[in-house]
Design a protein around this ligand. Sequence first.
Ligand SMILES: [Zn+2]
Length: 236
Amino acid sequence: MTTIYKEMEKCVVCGKTSEHTKWGSTNACGSTDLDTRPPEMERSTIDMWIQTCPSCGYCAPSISERIKKASEVINSNSYRQQLNNLKFPKLANAFFCYSLIQESAGRHAHAGWSSIHAAWACDDDGSTASAQTCRKRAVNLLQKARESSQRFVEQPGGEGALIVDLLRRAGQFEEALRICDNGLKKKPEKLLADILRFEKMLIGEADNTCHLLSEATKESENDGNAIVILIGKRQL
Ligand SMILES: [Zn+2]
């Protein structure tokens, strides 16, 4: 089960104090999704991964921690518009805003992951178009991360597999297939090859829905959960 508690946090940007819900421990039972989203109960802790200062709108995993350029970014038009964007659920706006701060600080890997988390919040809300926007943004950021040698997945080759899944979920099948084929040409180890072949099959069926890692690896659901530790790492 998940243990939760409330704590006061002092915002480093405006200095105001507000109450936030946090999680002490949780469990994850079953396979992760192909994009590393954890199963329950960890899955449902997502609304505690990000905080929003009710006074100034600073969004971060902990508003008491400063991030380079945060004050500048939160006063920009694009940030203010995103914070109150009615096309996205509130939780997705918070992740998206945090992603804007990280992008501005040049931390593209973190910005990319936060954009993926925004997509998950959109998925939960049934906001399909907004989820696709978040995934396309995540792909751009993760490609920039690659160009600047910022790792965003631990396992070699896992970065391509994550990008393939983001593109597929965003309906960008051609580009997803191209990266998938490139990955397979490099003769990756069995686990990655299984994932890429499964993605290729889904792409062939124009399937842009969520699938479990265990479907790709044909392992039991619990094994699927163990595998993700090698494939992806959530960065908050
Ligand atoms: Zn504040």
